[in-house]
Design a protein around this ligand. Structure first.
Ligand code: SAM
Length: 222
């Protein structure tokens, strides 16, 4: 019989804290959110390995460490309004929802968006709004955001997303056309029309497909 709460605590200790994530809010949120509720049936026993897992529509639930790392990069804080592009399973949105005031999350596959919505309802996570659509255009009615986290990799940081950041807001996004390796960027809005950019190194993500992302058939190299 699997002791999932124990496996979750161990995952946070070994794969998140020991690898350098020390933000208390993030560690507590990851201890709280049951990742087993976000994996597909049959994958529960792998929920606390530090690895991505397959979900419907050929997509993935991200590796727990990278979820923690991106949330730390985005510097999310209590009171923040955050947009996630790429709901996938809903796990990252669920983790952020335990820290911030409100999470908006967009997924291009309607089935994934619907499944994530049901999971949030079942867990009683009431501060997450889910929408199916092209997240490269953002969520203008809910803007400006304190942080935007994009969990699929695009050719660059979409202008629409940069413009939906509040001043001092942070956009975290993997970019690049190599299917094997992209760069994780953090774009910070420093003024009305000024932005600064930092590079946090190599990552590997599924493509961001949409008007300000890649075309339907993926990255040019695919
Ligand atoms: N955050 C997710 C989680 O915790 O399970 C992992 C998401 S998965 C790595 C990336 C997701 O981005 C996929 O579900 C994919 O369908 C979605 N995606 C790709 N392009 C998108 C777009 N333009 N708008 C919204 N979602 C998009």
């Amino acid at each position: 019989m699997l002791d999932l709460p124990r496996a979750r605590d161990r995952m946070v200790k070994v794969h998140i804290r020991r690898r350098g994530i020390h933000d208390r809010e993030i560690l507590q949120a990851m201890r709280e959110v049951p990742r087993e509720a976000f994996v597909d049936p049959g994958f529960e026993e792998f929920a606390y390995e530090d690895a991505p897992l397959p979900i419907a529509d050929g997509q993935t639930i991200s590796q727990p460490y990278i979820v923690a790392f991106m949330i730390e990069m985005a510097d999310v804080k209590p009171g923040d309004h955050v947009l996630e592009v790429g709901t996938g399973s809903g796990y990252a949105a669920a983790v952020m929802s335990r820290i911030v005031e409100q999470v908006y999350t967009i997924e291009r596959h309607p089935g994934l968006a619907e499944t994530a919505k049901r999971r949030f309802e079942k867990l009683g996570y009431e501060n997450i709004e889910v929408r199916a659509g092209d997240g490269t255009k953002g969520w203008p009615e809910a803007a400006p955001f304190d942080a935007i986290v994009v969990t699929a990799s695009g050719p660059g940081a979409p202008l629409a997303l940069q413009e939906q950041l509040d001043v001092a807001g942070r956009l975290v996004i993997p970019v690049g056309d190599d299917p094997e390796l992209q760069r994780l960027l953090k774009v910070t809005r420093t003024g009305a029309a000024t932005y600064s950019e930092e590079d946090f190194g190599g990552v590997r993500f599924v493509p961001l497909i949409g008007e300000q992302g890649w075309p339907e058939n993926g990255r040019p190299a695919e």
